[in-house]
Design a protein. Structure first.
Length: 290
């Protein structure tokens, strides 16, 4: 009984940290409109700043970086692919389209957990994923490849699939590595992977862009990434994926307030389904501590 009581605050804290991380991830999408740079350049700057910030935090907390392993390098490459495709989607279409394409990743998480981790899936998990999918389909105006919305959505799907791979991989790493170590190594490896993109970039950052990259790297990357990975210690990857379905809602609301992007009625209807799925997953997680 005492074990359950002691586990409840830790579980609630993990959920709170997860929601904070998702809010910051949603805010990151706006930088794709504010920064007039190629997606590879944006992500390179983001990961470099995040790596430096995380190294400082590790030193401040007297925590070692830990040894490098190939899984961290692979996840760093996935992180780079996830963010590059995400900002590509934003620049082709809108913040809403990119975020809603990315919101497909709970389906990929389900398939990956069932295949790679051999975890038996419950009916409720399939139901919440179905709600996310229904919301996504409702937001698509037409299925024509030449449509910029469809192009942005396809890049968003790439972002979602790569993020699903990253979430499942981090679930395994989080059992034996600290969140700070994982975030540091993955951002550093992502930056290394994107060095060629910087070399061929048509435009380099100016003073304003550098300031925005610092904000993006410190708050929307280093802090958000650490909070997200840390939550996986107490939550399943699928639970995290359902809560993270709130990212499009947070991002769309912020884009409306700060960019003036007004979502149509279909977007609001689809967003309602996504919010419902996220809330259902959050309630289930709060009642069933890991």
């Amino acid at each position: 009984m005492s074990v359950r009581r002691s586990a409840a605050p830790a579980h609630a804290g993990a959920l709170l940290g997860l929601h904070a991380a998702v809010l910051l991830f949603g805010f990151a999408g706006l930088f794709g409109k504010w920064l007039q740079l190629a997606p590879g350049t944006i992500v390179f700057g983001r990961t470099v700043v995040a790596s430096i910030a995380l190294a400082f935090v590790l030193r401040l907390t007297h925590e070692r970086h830990g040894s490098f392993e190939w899984r961290l390098g692979l996840n760093g490459a996935l992180l780079a692919l996830h963010w590059v495709s995400f900002f590509q989607a934003i620049q082709i279409a809108t913040v809403a389209v990119a975020l809603l394409g990315f919101a497909s990743f709970p389906l990929f998480v389900l398939l990956l957990e069932a295949t790679l981790l051999r975890r038996r899936l419950r009916g409720g998990e399939w139901a919440t994923a179905a709600l996310v999918t229904a919301g996504l389909l409702l937001l698509v105006p037409e299925f024509r490849l030449e449509n910029r919305t469809v192009q942005g959505l396809l890049w968003g799907l790439v972002s979602g699939f790569s993020f699903a791979l990253l979430a499942v991989g981090n679930k395994t790493l989080a059992a034996r590595r600290s969140a700070g170590q994982i975030a540091f190594w993955q951002n550093a490896c992502a930056a290394i992977c994107l060095l060629p993109a910087l070399a061929i970039a048509p435009t380099l950052p100016d003073a304003r862009s550098l300031g925005l990259l610092v904000l993006l790297g410190v708050f929307c990357t280093a802090l958000a990434h650490t909070l997200f990975i840390r939550s996986l210690r107490a939550l399943s990857a699928h639970t995290a994926s359902i809560v993270a379905a709130l990212e499009p809602v947070y991002g769309i609301a912020l884009a409306f307030a700060l960019l003036g992007e007004v979502p149509p009625a279909r977007t609001l209807a689809g967003g309602a389904l996504i919010v419902g799925a996220a809330m259902l997953g959050t309630v289930r997680a709060s009642r069933s501590p890991a």
